[in-house]
Design a protein around this ligand. Structure first.
Ligand SMILES: [Zn+2]
Length: 326
């Protein structure tokens, strides 16, 4: 479904079949000089056809359109090269550009094997995840050329200016876009209204949850009238949602702590298997491998935060990370 939500700002709903996120909200902004497409969908035919149909309905000319990716994940970046015209630039933060280029080289997933095993995954589960994870399956082609932008970069489209705000957490280089005049915030996956954005550690990041909470704090004082998010229901009250997201993570930190207290010594995998998840599956064993991967990542992000804040310890035993209370 495609609609004009504000003057010259269009929402194209791109379906994400068999994915709990359900849809990607892609935004098309018509400027007097140039247009900007924010996020694209998985690199799959279903997403591509929906995006092309939405752009056709608007009468969008990709020959006069650049693309901005809020972050590296393939539900946002996947179609960027396929939908771009010869003149389109594909913008992304310099930090996520670095990760995206690293991921698209096949060896990242082999490099990361050790990290999976550190968290308590078996080798079989690692291989199954690698084969089925949509982030890998639907990623953009390795030869996509990205143009990096920094925090505070302004896209002057003619009649509308959008400024980047670096909001690390969901990914290390996640960016929102802010239209100061109309007080509109494109929040990407930083603020989603119907689901909680996944927070998982990436290589080189010591405390992704800490970064995420800081980025939420940073937006508390931003003057916003309309927040447009990347998944499910596009709009909502940003300040209320920021409070709910912070509360949610405080509860999850308490839950992770209570699982390892009383002298237990557990891996992130074991902690994840004991946490509560809002999925329609009976037990941890029913989780598909890539859902386990998200869940263990989420557990690890909370455990890392507790380690950084000196609430718990992490020790290495036979190359496996073991978490315990102090
Ligand atoms: Zn997303």
């Amino acid at each position: 479904m495609t609609r004009e939500i504000f003057s010259n700002i269009y929402l194209i709903e791109v379906p994400l079949p068999n994915n709990p996120l359900k849809n990607l909200n892609s935004y098309f902004i018509k400027g007097k000089k140039r247009n900007l497409l924010i996020d694209t969908g998985f690199n799959s035919d279903i997403c591509y056809e929906a995006l092309v149909q939405g752009l056709d309905e608007i009468g969008a000319d990709m020959g006069n359109t650049d693309i901005f990716l809020t972050h590296l994940h393939s539900d946002h970046s996947g179609l960027s090269k396929r939908i771009a015209s010869e003149s389109s630039k594909i913008y992304i933060s310099s930090i996520d550009k670095m990760y995206l280029e690293y991921f698209s080289k096949g060896d990242y997933w082999d490099d990361t094997k050790e990290k999976f095993m550190n968290q308590g995954f078996s080798e079989d589960e690692f291989i199954m995840n690698k084969e089925t994870n949509p982030i890998i399956k639907y990623s953009p082609p390795y030869d996509t050329v990205y143009v990096e932008v920094e925090n505070g970069h302004v896209f002057d489209l003619g009649g509308i200016n959008l400024e980047t705000i670096l909001t690390p957490g969901h990914t290390p280089g996640h960016m929102c876009l802010y239209v100061e005049e109309e007080k509109i915030l494109f929040s990407g996956d930083h603020i989603i209204f119907d689901i909680t954005p996944n927070i998982s550690p990436l290589p080189g990041v010591t405390d992704s949850l800490g970064s995420y909470l800081e980025s939420l704090e940073k937006l508390k004082t931003l003057d916003v009238s309309y927040t447009l998010s990347s998944h499910r229901n596009a709009m909502g009250d940003d300040k209320k949602r920021i409070r709910e997201l912070i509360d949610h993570h405080v509860e999850r930190l308490d839950e992770a702590y209570s699982i390892i207290k009383d002298g237990k010594r557990l891996t992130a995998y074991e902690v994840a298997s004991k946490m509560t998840w809002s999925v329609r599956l009976k037990s941890w064993n029913d989780f598909p491998p890539h859902q386990k991967w998200f869940a263990v990542g989420e557990a690890a992000a909370h455990l890392d935060y507790l380690v950084q804040n000196r609430k718990i310890n992490m020790t290495k035993e036979n190359n496996i990370n073991i978490y315990s209370t102090l």
